[in-house]
Design a protein around this ligand. Structure first.
Ligand SMILES: Cc1cc2nc3c(=O)[nH]c(=O)nc-3n(C[C@H](O)[C@H](O)[C@H](O)COP(=O)(O)O)c2cc1C
Length: 264
């Protein structure tokens, strides 16, 4: 039996994520997609991609109407690996967070949560109000995964397709589907020879400055003169008077410099 993944596409902007997920699933052996596209989703799919409902539904193994509350995926007895809602509107997020299962997207998500299967939401809205944030917390508390479609710039995307494909591949990772196409982080190339001991002059200065500020607030060492000399230790007259604290601070700074990865 093929593994079934439910895909919900709702009326938030970013229909391209749901479409890319459906296309990716078509090429993954042993998996099938079960699509629910909401009416607001149809509006956005047309607006953003000039696709009609039937064009999107053709990409799925099985498609259901959002009002079809008697569909197989509305029951926990129908086994699936879980569900992704991409993109997920704030309305559907709220419905999932409050188990308000009045359409097939929110009902299927409700079932996935009650069966302790994997639910991944790609919520799209900005900025967020307190209700949005609280609803995300509620879904997380119930075991769902909030996966906002936020680009990973370390992957150096060259196009919108790259950017979308990266997020979709990371979502599939969450279902144990590891696609070869995903450009994964391999560590910093720049530091591959001496990966951890290198620190830029700027970050070193920032560390010493932070160190100086820390020292400045230590009891008995408070003087406006401390800021500059403590930030430039080679000429600091305060080291002798606060020697042990400075040594400690230096050790902290050094350990940061050793452990702190370089920017990509
Ligand atoms: C062009 C357009 C863009 C929209 N973008 C968003 C969005 O990014 N996030 C969101 O929560 N709602 C967005 N909406 C509003 C939702 O479509 C609306 O709340 C709808 O009721 C969601 O219903 P659904 O969750 O059943 O699809 C947008 C609507 C339109 C027309």
């Amino acid at each position: 039996m093929k593994k079934r993944l439910i895909v919900g596409i709702t009326g938030a902007t970013g229909a391209v994520y749901g479409i890319a997920l459906l296309k990716a699933l078509k090429g993954i052996p042993g998996w099938e997609s079960h699509l629910v596209l909401t009416d607001a989703g149809v509006l956005n799919v047309w607006h953003e991609l000039k696709m009609k409902r039937k064009d999107v539904e053709r990409l799925a193994s099985v498609a259901y109407h959002p009002k079809d509350i008697a569909a197989t995926i509305a029951s926990g007895s129908y086994v699936t690996e879980g569900m992704v809602i991409a993109p997920c509107s704030m309305k559907t997020l709220a419905a999932v967070a409050h188990a308000h299962a009045d359409d097939l997207v929110s009902r299927a998500a409700d079932v996935v949560l009650k069966e302790r299967r994997r639910l991944v939401l790609m919520p799209r809205e900005t900025p967020l109000n307190l209700a949005h944030l609280r609803n995300m917390v509620s879904v997380t508390e119930m075991g769902g995964i909030i996966f906002p479609p936020v680009p990973a710039f370390y992957a150096a995307p060259k196009s919108l397709d790259d950017l979308v494909a990266h997020s979709v591949a990371r979502v599939l990772d969450l279902f144990g589907v590891h696609t070869a196409k995903l450009k994964r982080w391999q560590g910093s190339q720049r530091n591959s020879r001496r990966p951890r001991l290198k620190a830029s002059g700027c970050s070193m200065f920032a560390m010493w400055a932070a160190c100086g500020m820390l020292t400045n607030f230590a009891p008995g060492t408070c003087s406006p003169m401390y800021f500059v000399p403590a930030a430039a230790p080679s000429c600091s007259p305060v080291i002798a008077s606060t020697g042990s604290l400075m040594s400690f601070s230096r050790a902290v700074v050094l350990s940061f410099m050793i452990a702190w990865p370089q920017p990509m």
